[in-house]
Design a binder for this molecule. Structure first.
Ligand SMILES: [Zn+2]
Length: 68
């Protein structure tokens, strides 16, 4: 009944994940800090997401309208 996340590679329950800071690269240039979650047993990447905590270097990124 309980939801059990299983690593797709080693099949162990994912009770812990390694969290690594990685950089999202768009067309060859670094665009955003991301978080990479990997299985602590086999280091398989389980997911990557944008790091919401970090702010981009350009201050114009906070809900700025795409006005020229
Ligand atoms: Zn694993």
């Amino acid at each position: 009944m309980a939801i059990q996340g299983l690593c797709p590679k080693c099949g162990k329950r994912v009770l812990h994940v390694n969290v690594e800071n990685v950089v999202g690269v768009v067309e060859g240039s670094s665009k955003a800090r991301c978080l990479c979650f990997t299985c602590i047993h086999c280091n398989t990447v389980l997911g990557v997401q944008i790091d919401q905590r970090s702010k981009p270097r350009s201050r114009s990124a906070q809900a700025a309208p795409p006005a020229a």
